[in-house]
Design a protein around this ligand. Sequence first.
Ligand code: AMP
Ligand code: ZN
Length: 279
Amino acid sequence: MNDYLKKVFKTIEKFKLIEAEDKIFVALSGGKDSAAALLSLKKFKEVKCMNFELNAFHINLGSVASDEVQKIVEKQAKLANAQLFTYNLREKGIFLEKIAKRSGRPVCSVCGVIKRYLINKIPRELGGTKVATGHHADDFTVFFFKNLLGSNFSWIGKFKPKVESKNEKLLTKIRPLFFVGAKENEEFCKSLNIPFVEESVCPYFTNKRKIYEKTKKWYDIIYKLDKEIPNFRERIINAIEKVSDYFYEEANLTNCKFCGEPTNKEVCSFCKLTKESSL
Ligand code: AMP
Ligand code: ZN
C-alpha cells in the first residue's frame, strides 16, 4: 500500500471515523478531493473487510456546466461501486443567481450556505449515519491562519478529522483526508485514473476568481514554507489538530422556525436566503 493510503487509513483508525454498521455518505463535488475521499474509503472497506455502507451524493448547482460536472461525478461513484444520490437545485426551485441578486450577497457565499445546509440534510434524510467531505490538510492550514488573523477562534475548534454530532439532526462529519494535502489527492486520483473536474469548471468561476486567487496565494505560501522548513505542512496540520481542542465551543442550537433544521438563530441561513426574502 502506498504512503497516501497508509496516512488516510491511519486517520480513519486513530480517530475512529468509521464503525461497522455505519451508512456513510460522501459529498461529491466533482473535484479531485472528494473523489479521493470516496476512493480511499472504498479501499479501506476492501482492505479491512469492514461492513459499512458507502454511498455518494452530489448537489447539482443547476447550470449547463453543472450537468457536465454531474456526469463526472457519476463516473467517480461507479468506480467506487457507490450508489449515487443527486439533488438538482434548479429542479427544487433554487436558483443561485436569483437568490444572490435578491439578497445582495455574492453568488459564492449563497452557494456556500446552501451547500452546507444540504450536505447535512440530504444524507440524514437518506438514513446516513455520517457524512464525509473532501476537506484536506491544506484547506485546514489555510483556514487556520485566516481564522486566526480574523479572530474567528471558535471555527478553529472544528478543525478535526471527526466532528461528532451532539444534535439528532446534525450528522457527524468525517474528513478522512485531514492529514493529506491537495497535491497528494491529485496524484492519488491520477494514479487510479479517476476523472475529476478542475475548479475553473464552476459555473460561477468568474465571480469566484478573486477569492480563488487569494486562496491560491495562501496555498503557494504553505508550499513555499514546506520547502524552507522541514516537513512544515505535516507539522502544522498535526499542531492544528491538537490546538483545535482549545478553541472548541459548544454550539447553542435550536430549530429553525421555518424548516426545523438546527441553527443558532431563529431562522436558519438557508431559509433566510430562500424563504424569508420572498415572503
Ligand atoms: P468546497 O467548499 O467547494 O471546497 O467543498 C468542500 C467539500 O464539500 C468538498 O470536498 C465536497 O466534499 C463537498 N462539496 C462541495 N461541492 C459539492 C456539491 N456540489 N455536492 C456535494 N458535495 C459538495
Ligand atoms: Zn430553515
